[in-house]
Design a protein around this ligand. Structure first.
Ligand code: NAD
Length: 478
């Protein structure tokens, strides 16, 4: 769907995120023909560059991060011709007059804050002071949105001093993934699942976000953050909300976000023995966490698994097991809805018992698998086995739909359209921190040390015990 003309200013336009994600995403949308001809992208950062210098930097970035599309020289030239660059000092006066002079009137202008959070305030202040804040102004901010409740509140207050909540787009790129939205389509577009979506039929839910990467390149940030702040408080929490929320009355930003917020607020505090922290150690030729971050005494977790409870009518008594970690055996983001066993086996216990599992794969190979029970083929009487009803979205939807836009493409276009459904609202972020803070404070006060786990493993053994104690086990990561 084409969008109206817009100006997009990327503060931090020369930075890593802009080069790896934002500019390639914009380029791919340009190639998809989603833009009118007079769109303008302005890189604004500290570095002294002119338009030509910025275009050459972006051209290199496209070759590296959007190689397939970048082979089309005409498309690349077309895209580069939309780019401008202004050297801007976020904390000083340099560049702001020039930037203000570049922007069109009466059109959407989005300011992407791809800079350290301490610059959000100075940027917001100057956008207003230099007359760039209009009704059509939107600002986009990246994670991390604070490192605890106090800092998130203060960031929210800083932004609220200059912009309305409906102008603020807090990005969690997980929400831009195709399958994450499919989660809502599957739940609320089918009669089949929703009646079973509660503690009467669901034994428990597992949410796994496993990564094979380590923390290279982000060592100092990560060592201060850890998996709880870096992944659990935002990405896994968002997935939990979407899987657990009540049906919103309509697919509208505030209706959806109101329901998500209710889930976070209904979360019980997590008990210390329901959490396992881990830290990877050298194995398979890969260095351990402490070596990578250069801090031999670091107690930061690169893995966390926990059991959460949502105290509401729908979910009372159904645990949610969440785990995420780095340097694990495989890259996989998956939600497993583990249904209860049939209440009685008419085939006798010898036939075997199998519960249904609905697996929603976010990556890789986005799709859905439903494990159903059938008779084991053959003559040997009635024995039961599981078989997967497997649907890969790419296969099911045909070749023309195999390349769905990546999360950044979708989210940036949503900013331009003014659709906040897939962005976190300020109160959601604060509620998530309010749940996370006591967990981290508990570790600090107890002097908790994470359990070691090997690079390339499935995480610390204690995470298996967390399940075993409850008579359950994790579904495989691979
Ligand atoms: P970076 O250090 O690579 O780039 C920072 C950019 O900010 C540069 O363009 C620099 O010129 C500009 N900048 C710094 N100080 C400035 C100032 N005073 N005035 C004007 N411009 C200034 O950082 P990055 O990795 O691109 O990250 C940007 C933000 O996005 C950070 O908040 C980071 O936490 C967040 N983020 C990054 C990633 C990632 O993959 N890189 C992922 C998620 C979130």
């Amino acid at each position: 769907i084409p969008v109206d003309p817009f100006d997009l200013v990327i503060f931090g336009g020369t930075g890593d995120l802009a080069r790896r994600k934002i500019l390639p995403a914009l380029f791919r949308r340009f190639c998809a023909g989603q833009w009118p001809s007079d769109v303008q992208i302005v890189g604004a950062a500290r570095r002294t560059l002119d338009d030509t210098g910025f275009r050459s930097l972006v051209s290199d970035a496209l070759k590296e991060h959007a190689p397939k599309h970048a082979r089309d020289r005409v498309a690349v030239e077309g895209f580069l011709s939309r780019l401008r660059y202004v050297p801007v000092e976020a904390e000083g006066p340099q560049g702001w007059e020039e930037l203000a002079g570049l922007l069109g009137q009466n059109r959407v202008r989005a300011f992407y804050f791809s800079v350290a959070p301490r610059l959000f305030g100075p940027l917001a202040e100057r956008i207003e002071a230099f007359g760039m804040a209009t009704e059509k102004t939107r600002i986009v901010v990246e994670k991390p949105f604070g490192h605890d409740l106090d800092s998130a509140r203060s960031l929210n207050a800083t932004l609220a001093a200059h912009f309305d909540e409906n102008q603020i787009y807090r990005i969690d790129h997980y929400l831009g993934k195709e399958t994450v939205q499919n989660l809502m389509a599957v739940r609320f577009g089918n009669m089949l699942f929703e009646p079973l979506w509660n503690s009467q039929y669901v034994d428990h839910i597992q949410i796994t976000v496993a990564e094979t990467v380590g923390v290279d390149g982000r060592e100092s940030y990560y060592d201060r953050a850890g998996a709880m702040r870096d992944m659990m408080q935002n990405h896994l929490m968002q997935l939990l909300c979407l899987i657990a929320m009540e049906p919103p009355a309509k697919f509208d930003p505030d209706a959806v976000r109101d329901e998500k917020l209710k889930v976070i607020r209904a979360l019980d505090p997590v008990l210390p023995h329901h959490i396992v922290r881990g830290q990877f150690v050298a194995a398979e030729g890969l260095p351990g966490y402490r070596e990578v971050v250069g801090n031999p005494r670091s107690t930061t977790e690169s893995y966390v698994a926990l059991r959460a409870h949502i105290s509401n009518w729908r979910w009372a008594g159904t645990p949610f097991y969440l785990r995420t970690g780095k340097r694990l055996v495989a890259r996989s983001s998956v939600i497993n809805v583990m249904f209860k066993d049939a209440p009685h086996s008419i085939f006798g216990e010898d036939a075997g018992r199998h519960a249904n599992v609905l697996s929603i794969r976010l990556q890789p190979n986005e799709g859905i698998t439903l494990k159903v029970t059938i008779k084991e083929p053959g003559q040997g009487g009635m024995r039961l086995v599981d078989v997967p009803l497997d649907m890969s979205f790419a296969e099911a939807l045909g070749p023309e739909n195999q390349v769905s836009p990546d999360a950044y493409e979708r989210l940036i276009m949503d900013v331009v359209r003014g659709n906040q459904t897939l962005f976190m609202r300020g109160d959601e972020v604060e509620a998530a921190w309010a749940w996370t803070d006591p967990i981290i404070a508990g570790w600090q006060s107890r002097g908790d040390v994470p359990k070691p786990y090997d690079c390339g493993s499935t995480g610390p053994g204690d995470a298996e015990l967390l399940m075993k104690r409850d008579g359950r086990r994790w579904q495989g990561i691979k």
